[in-house]
Design a protein around this ligand. Structure first.
Ligand SMILES: [Zn+2]
Length: 465
């Protein structure tokens, strides 16, 4: 999540035309007449940009007593899940909400080239004017939509992701203005007020099957000030206090026999920015025929159509020597060519089906399912092979990507960024109440977190305390 200021101005005007007085709970009640009451309610809190180190820092200082108690965190320990490549808000939250990896839902970045290859447009999903575009792209694929098709109810308390939900929050002028003022407490508090109204104005028997709560203040502050800045860390303490009321309503319903499963996770971690490199300018000066879409920590590349594989590879090797690029990957037919900091290697798609992917991979001569592939986290970052293979298997993928060195960004002026493949960016916390992981030794990919909600099989999350 990250807004540019000029977009925010547009956002405010856009919202002013759409102010509505209905509350989410009114809207929800009106729409639930024809659906099946939920035997169980699953609540997902997604705290945008909540890196494990932010959570650990505040837990260790006893600044998060509500989260600590509600999720029964012993010795402040928590499980981690892993996000997708790129570790950016739109690919990642889409993966969580569709329960699909990147290749299956197709959102490969916060920015994407769309339209004709010869004259493409770049859509920036993080622009408020693109909210409906994002939701149009994902609408048939969300968990919300699958539940609706099963006549089960869901509510989205998120400004950017709602496609297919029974009910969602109205567009809100005051939140648009609060974003402009960097008043993120206001924006998150308002979401939590909607949530509290939903929980109190409906009986627990009427609560929907699934509630998505997207809180964005941590992410905005971590971009502006850095993930470990005191204001960012303190904000988690503020949020913890604000969660007290909703946690009390959930506890009370549970005591009266309601089944509630509560999860808390994030869409990506963060990295403190140490160095900026203007990649677009560098390309304009050195290789103006190569086109790029720069997305903070990584950039997509599109080569001239007449370039041979050899010309592309030579160009990428030079890039690694001359710029703060750490790694490049290009797809040629069924091969991914990786130029890493110290090694060059190849991953090939092999046409054997694996659980969850229509392909296996051949990596250094070993054919395995991507999830089982030894990923060499010390070279590429954790789970890089399954993540990059999924990215390049999407219908709309670039010719190549480059990832900047740790701490380096390829555009923007922010103090904190993400999008790359390092452990800091890829791992996210996963807190659960009334559920445990079936295989705690396995690091769950974000697209599996909600798979149990609309399936008969409860793998990979085991329900019950
Ligand atoms: Zn995010």
């Amino acid at each position: 999540m990250h807004f540019r200021i000029q977009s925010l101005v547009a956002f405010t005007f856009f919202l002013s035309a759409c102010v509505s007085t209905f509350t989410v709970s009114d809207n929800y009640e009106a729409k639930m007449g024809h659906t099946t009451p939920a035997k169980r309610t699953v609540i997902l809190f997604l705290i945008d940009g909540l890196a494990p180190e932010i959570l650990s820092n505040q837990l260790e200082q006893n600044k998060l007593p509500e989260l600590q108690k509600f999720f029964a965190l012993e010795q402040n320990k928590f499980a981690t899940a892993r996000t997708v490549f790129p570790s950016l808000t739109y690919p990642s939250i889409t993966s969580v909400l569709t329960a699909m990896p990147v290749f299956a839902h197709g959102l490969t970045g916060n920015k994407m080239r769309v339209g004709n290859d010869n004259d493409p447009d770049v859509v920036d999903f993080a622009s408020p004017l693109s909210i409906t575009k994002v939701n149009d792209l994902i609408k048939g694929k969300t968990l919300f939509a699958r539940l609706t098709a099963q006549r089960r109810q869901s509510v989205s308390l998120a400004h950017y992701f709602y496609a297919g939900a029974t009910s969602s929050i109205p567009l809100d002028l005051d939140s648009g203005i609060a974003y402009l003022d960097s008043n993120y407490t206001y924006v998150d508090t308002k979401i939590l007020n909607f949530f509290e109204a939903l929980l109190t104005e409906n009986t627990p028997e009427q609560w929907p099957e699934f509630i998505f709560v997207h809180l964005t203040g941590v992410d905005f502050l971590a971009h502006e000030l850095g993930p470990m800045a005191s204001v960012t860390l303190d904000y988690m303490h503020i949020l913890d206090n604000k969660l007290k009321a909703v946690f009390a309503h959930i506890r009370k319903a549970e005591m009266n026999g309601k089944r509630v499963v509560t999860l808390l996770t994030a869409d990506h971690g963060f990295m403190t920015v140490k160095q900026q490199f203007d990649f677009t300018n560098y390309l304009n000066n050195t290789a103006p025929t190569v086109k790029t879409v720069v997305d903070t920590r990584f950039a997509e590349l599109y080569f001239p159509k007449n370039w041979s594989g050899f010309e592309r590879q030579t160009f990428l090797e030079r890039l690694l020597k001359e710029s703060p690029v750490d790694m490049s990957v290009q797809r040629l037919d069924n091969d991914l060519w990786l130029n890493g900091p110290s090694v060059q290697t190849k991953i090939s798609y092999v046409g054997t089906r694996c659980p969850g992917t229509p392909y296996a991979v051949n990596f250094n001569g070993n054919v395995t399912c991507p999830e089982d592939c030894p990923s060499h986290p010390e070279i590429y970052g954790p789970f890089f092979v399954p993540n990059i293979a999924s990215f390049f298997f999407a219908d709309k993928h670039p010719d190549a990507v480059v990832i900047a060195k740790p701490g380096t960004i390829l555009n923007t002026q922010n103090k904190g960024e993400h999008g790359g493949a390092t452990a800091q960016e890829v791992f996210v916390p996963l807190l659960m109440r009334n559920a445990t992981l079936s295989h705690p030794e396995r690091t769950l990919p974000s697209y599996e977190i909600l798979r149990f909600v609309d399936r008969t099989s409860e793998y990979p999350v085991k329900l019950g305390p």
